[in-house]
Design a binder for this molecule. Structure first.
Ligand code: CTP
Ligand SMILES: C[C@](O)(CO)[C@H](O)COP(=O)(O)O
Length: 238
């Protein structure tokens, strides 16, 4: 039996660190807003998936024309990212074994190859999977005066990215457990880890940037231009 794929896109953040006059997902990258780029990348990889978009109830900027999916629904965001995702899980009519993939709206540079690799890994691993990047730099822990107090060993240390994908029943149980136990988790994998399970780390591209600060906008624009140039180059060489 084949199981449905649900794409949950938390997009109810305020973008405080960006400090713009609107939430960062509505800032333009080239000819369209960040939100439209992210949804378009997801749609290119999974055109028949069901999209669940978490938006703030007071959102004044969203336009349905930016959604390329034929099947989609809007749900209210919550106080934290984890509350937005849990609202989405409560709103959908999914089967326990359906696959749920969660992707930040603020990561518009995601590629189809990473999306498909993550999906395959999540199908194979009962505890789910997340895109991640091994830490490349020497890691310092600061003291209260922002002096470099300790160098932390970086072996087996990874940066967590999105998307992260899990079976519906597991992810819902994990986030409900986190809420009931007052654990604030910043990604889905942490909630699953709190149940004693270990999701698979899938090595992802280093250009899957989360737009967070103002200078990330120029970086994302450059990444997208380079990705477009690379894909037309590979099409020409076929
Ligand atoms: N209550 C919240 C908070 C965040 N998000 C989403 O979670 C993702 C990751 O959050 P982050 O990059 O921290 O975005 P913001 O919360 O908007 O940024 P900031 O922390 O600077 O305010 C984003 O896609 C954001 O829209 C959400 O859906 N609901
Ligand atoms: C989910 C995430 O993007 C993985 O890196 C990240 O944890 C979100 O964190 P934030 O505190 O909401 O920026």
């Amino acid at each position: 039996m084949s199981h449905s794929l649900w794409l949950i896109v938390p997009a109810a953040g305020q973008g405080k660190r960006m400090g713009a006059d609107k939430p960062k997902q509505y800032l333009p990258l080239g000819e369209k807003p960040i939100l439209a780029h992210t949804l378009s990348r997801l749609h290119r990889a999974f055109p028949t998936a069901h999209l669940v978009l978490c938006l703030d109830s007071d959102d004044r900027w969203f336009k349905p024309e930016w959604v390329p999916f034929p099947q989609w629904q809007r749900v209210a965001g919550g106080a934290e990212r984890m509350d937005s995702v849990l609202n989405a899980l409560h709103a959908i009519k999914a089967q326990d074994n359906d696959m749920v993939m969660v992707h930040d709206v603020a990561r518009p540079c995601i590629t189809s190859s990473d999306l498909l690799a993550l999906y395959d890994a999540a199908q194979q691993h009962p505890s789910g999977a997340l895109l991640a990047m091994p830490v490349a730099d020497t890691m310092k822990r600061a003291n209260a005066e922002q002096l470099s107090a300790v160098t932390e060993p970086r072996d087996r240390l990874w940066h967590a990215l999105t998307p992260q994908a899990f079976r519906y029943a597991l992810l819902r149980r994990a986030l409900e457990y986190a809420v009931a136990n007052h654990c604030v988790v910043t990604d889905e994998a942490s909630a699953v880890e709190a149940l004693g399970q270990a999701p698979k780390l899938v090595s992802g591209r280093r250009d899957n940037l989360k737009i967070t600060h103002p200078d990330d906008l120029a970086l994302a624009t450059a990444i997208m231009a380079s990705q477009v140039a690379q894909s037309s180059e590979s099409e020409r060489s076929c």
